[in-house]
Design a protein around this ligand. Structure first.
Ligand code: IMP
Length: 426
């Protein structure tokens, strides 16, 4: 099996880090294709918890080549810190971490604008991660972005920075802030250039070369389908293409070379930031999911909004991404509930629908089916038939409703707390 895309099927935070880390055992190459250090993916290795914001989760396997693709936006500072943290733990990145020359750099003014906007009462605040992601993609689309390749030519980079700061100056003034000095920004770029230039690569050529050499390639998504700029709950979305189509663009692989797309979903739903979420629970059940699931942002610490699984939205994700397989995470978090509800469709002003119109979610009321819960601790289960009957029935219901086969089920945060049903690379 050649190329597998792993994407978040909900609003991000589906547990992609653990799944990618696990599947990376069979992958030779892991490519991140979109987003930036918006949020972190948490990996639990033994008793250690590691949070990565930029480097692909596969980095912990010393055979894996890790590539940051051109659909990404990178903070040179965060990347430098992650490289330091990994090398400090004895993880050798030498010649196996590559950064696309065409990835864009998040500049300090992007972070400043993101923070000022979120603090402002003017315009729509959407609860961003305040990492400068949106403003950086705005500069990319506005053709005044600074790309990693510009680190090789700081004279050209200076011109870009001058243009971008001039463009952002009215925004700064309107939001009550001051734009930064060009020279200070260039001085920082000089420092980053020394560090990052050796990692730069023609990433699409590298991926193609490795794929042609028979290496298995995993394209690791960030955020999730419902945060996708085109297919998510606009305007409460991130600024990149988090879906399977974005994987082709962000990694530079043609669609005909993709062999499988696997979506990851929690056994329930979470969301951070603003925007509609039909199955959100404001009651004790929601609080229980948050506490049992540790549903707080891995980098921002923000409490996540929690609710029942929404199959209408997952059907949409299955369609948009062309899902071939599903990984269900955090099934163990549901243990101890008497009753588990599942949203099978939405009632909207224009009627009921079982595959949700994302544009109408603000007025959508979930149509629930109720399932019996289970009381047993399931973290020790390694096979489907070791699960309580109610948990097995819950999984079969999801599989049958979506008509997408289950590839794995995660029953705890550790790597080994997983029921593997199918081989993603077989
Ligand atoms: P931004 O990506 O920081 O611009 O934030 C845009 C929206 O996407 C906000 O609602 C964020 O909370 C959400 N978001 C961005 N990254 C993640 C993620 O990795 N997990 C969950 N939500 C995210």
């Amino acid at each position: 099996m050649g190329v597998v895309i792993i994407i978040g099927a909900q609003w991000g935070d589906e547990g992609k880090g653990k799944v990618v880390d696990l599947l990376a055992e069979s992958a030779d190459v892991v490519v991140r294709y979109a987003g930036g250090p918006n949020a972190g993916h948490t990996l639990v290795i033994g008793d250690d918890k590691l949070v990565f914001r930029l480097v692909p989760s596969g980095v912990l396997h010393d055979h894996t080549v890790c590539i940051l693709g051109q659909g990404m936006v990178l903070s040179a500072k965060v990347l430098g810190e992650e490289i330091d943290a990994l090398t400090g733990r004895g993880i050798d990145l030498n010649s196996r971490l590559h950064v696309s020359e065409h990835a864009h750099l998040i500049m300090p003014y992007h972070v400043m604008v993101d923070e000022l906007r979120e603090a402002s009462t003017k315009g729509t605040t959407i609860g961003t991660t305040k990492r400068g992601i949106g403003p950086c993609y705005e500069d990319k689309i506005g053709r005044r972005g600074v790309r990693c390749a510009d680190l090789r030519n700081l004279i050209a980079a200076r011109a870009r920075v001058i243009e971008a700061i001039a463009n952002w100056t009215p925004t700064f003034r309107e939001l009550g802030g001051e734009p930064p000095e060009v020279e200070a920004i260039i001085a920082q770029l000089e420092q980053h250039a020394a560090r990052l230039t050796p990692l730069l690569a023609d990433a699409t050529a590298l991926v193609d070369e490795l794929r042609r050499a028979g290496k298995s390639v995993m394209l690791e998504g960030a955020q999730g389908t419902l945060l996708d700029i085109d297919h998510g709950t606009y305007p409460f979305v991130t600024s990149s293409s988090a879906t399977a189509g974005g994987a082709c663009t962000g990694a530079g692989i043609g669609p005909s070379k993709i062999d499988r797309v696997i979506g990851i979903s929690k056994a329930y739903t979470t969301r951070v930031g603003g925007g509609p979420m039909p199955t959100e629970l404001d009651d004790a059940a929601g609080a229980q999911l948050r506490d049992q699931g540790g549903e707080y942002g891995s980098v921002t610490g923000r409490p996540r909004r929690c609710g029942w699984l929404d199959l209408a939205l997952l059907r949409y994700a299955a369609r948009i991404n062309g899902l071939d397989g599903l990984a269900i995470t955090k099934l163990d978090v549901l243990s101890g509930l008497e009753e588990i509800k599942v949203c099978v469709g939405h009632q909207t002003p224009s009627g009921s629908s079982d595959s949700s119109p994302v544009g109408q979610l603000a007025n959508a009321k979930p149509i629930y089916e109720s399932h019996p819960g289970w009381q047993e601790d399931i973290t020790g289960c390694r096979k489907l038939d070791e699960l309580p009957t109610a948990a097995r029935n819950y999984l079969s219901f999801i599989e049958q409703q979506l008509d997408v086969p289950l590839y794995l089920v995660s029953v705890g945060p550790r790597r080994d707390e997983t029921i593997v049903l199918r081989d993603a690379f077989a």
